[in-house]
Design a protein around this ligand. Structure first.
Ligand SMILES: Cc1ncc(C[n+]2csc(CCOP(=O)(O)OP(=O)(O)O)c2C)c(N)n1
Length: 372
């Protein structure tokens, strides 16, 4: 399709193991090592997170959420990379990485609660190995390297014990690569050989700014300038994303330093529910990418090889629908937050000032009760 803008057009270099038609293909450097059972699991997870996403958009449209950044089209990048993680690894997600956070074990209701404004997203980060969402673009670059350097100094990198060695995945978008902080992170990671996988979901748009306007070279090639490997993967191919991320994580955990992964994908929806992409991009482009849908190629593979039957697909849809129904019910029933709770997650050991502020707040709140 010659009239379709395809930024970073050397698409041929992207690692691909499953074509848009669902054919498994070989690559000289990467292979998907999982079984068909695991591919079915990847598919079911992608169905699940797509369904959560659709329900969240519907809730926002009905006025129940303030905002929602959709993951539509990026399911393979998120689930494929998240499935390569071990429990001891740590992730820094952006505001769009719902598939990653759900995969880390965070209840999707907590994500809705954050965008409903009933909580600030203060989950137990150490327990889930997932930092809070990064809303300010690119900040997580330096944080990820700091965390990775901490892992290394704690002796948790390169010890040779796979149950112990850990790494960090820093998720960010193509737009974030234009931010200073992110580049500082890349430099520090190179200088200190930090165990960080920089995972760029190049969905080709930073709101209305196309990635090709922000970089003269495909993003994965920037890694060479920092002195560590960069690889472009077909971000809509869950098997390739899994294989490439697994390799990068192994490198990082074993003490061989950072990798930059550019998952070349496409944001099928609006930037957030506050955005109208028809103002800045063409319908043709959407059609071009619809044919590269991350879920339908896995489904085509599973159907053609007979690795899954109609009952499996119905079940995956039914599980996702049931979760959506439950999520909607629980979202509408979320309690109003109490101001006192905002004090809970500030310090492990609250400072005397905060303790006093909390006491004063409690007294003030109680005065309303007494006045009733
Ligand atoms: C430092 C900073 N500048 C601007 C913004 C406003 N903003 C929110 S999202 C966004 C675009 C980010 O694009 P990208 O990094 O490609 O991620 P995507 O939303 O496409 O996943 C911008 C500019 C912000 N949140 N932080």
């Amino acid at each position: 399709m010659s009239d379709v803008r395809e930024s970073g057009a050397d698409d041929t270099v992207a690692v691909q193991l499953l074509t848009p038609d669902g054919e498994r293909v070989e690559h000289p450097d990467y292979a998907y090592a999982g079984t068909d059972d695991q591919i079915r699991d990847l598919y079911a997870q992608m169905v699940l997170v797509r369904r959560v996403d659709a329900e969240a958009i519907a809730l926002q449209r009905q006025g129940e959420l303030g905002l929602w950044p959709s993951l539509l089209g990026q399911e393979a990048a998120q689930i494929g990379s998240a499935y390569a993680l071990r429990s001891q690894d740590y992730t820094f997600p952006t505001y769009r990485e719902h598939g990653v956070t759900i995969s880390r074990g965070i209840d999707p209701l907590r994500l809705l609660a954050m965008f409903r404004g009933t909580e600030t997203g203060a989950w137990d980060m150490a327990r889930y190995g997932a930092h809070l969402y990064s809303i300010i673009i690119g900040t997580q670059g330096v944080q990820s390297v700091g965390y990775g350097m901490g892992l290394e100094r704690d002796g948790l990198v390169g010890s040779g014990d796979p149950e112990r060695d850990a790494a960090v995945v820093c998720y960010f978008g193509d737009g974030a690569t234009s931010q200073g902080d992110l580049n500082e992170g890349l430099i520090f990671a190179a200088s200190y050989n930090a165990p960080v996988v920089f995972f760029c979901s190049n969905n080709q748009w930073a709101i209305s700014e196309p990635s090709e306007r922000q970089s003269r070279v495909p993003l994965y090639r920037r890694a060479a300038g920092f002195g560590f490997p960069g690889v472009r993967v077909d971000g809509n191919d869950v098997l390739a994303v899994h294989a490439v991320t697994t390799e990068a994580l192994d490198r990082a955990r074993s003490g061989n330093g950072p990798t930059f992964i550019e998952a070349f994908t496409y944001r099928m929806g609006a930037h957030t529910t506050s955005d109208d992409p028809t103002k800045y991009r063409l319908a043709d482009e959407l059609e071009h990418w619809r044919a590269r849908d991350p879920l339908s190629r896995v489904r085509a593979y599973l159907e053609r090889t007979g690795a899954a039957d109609a009952a499996f697909f119905d079940e995956a849809d039914a599980v996702a629908d049931a979760l959506a129904v439950q999520l909607r019910r629980n979202c509408l029933a979320l309690p109003e937050p109490s101001l006192a709770e905002t004090f809970d997650w500030v310090y492990a050991d609250p400072s005397p000032e905060l303790t006093e502020q909390l006491a004063r707040h409690r007294e003030y709140a109680a005065s309303f009760e007494e006045a009733r």
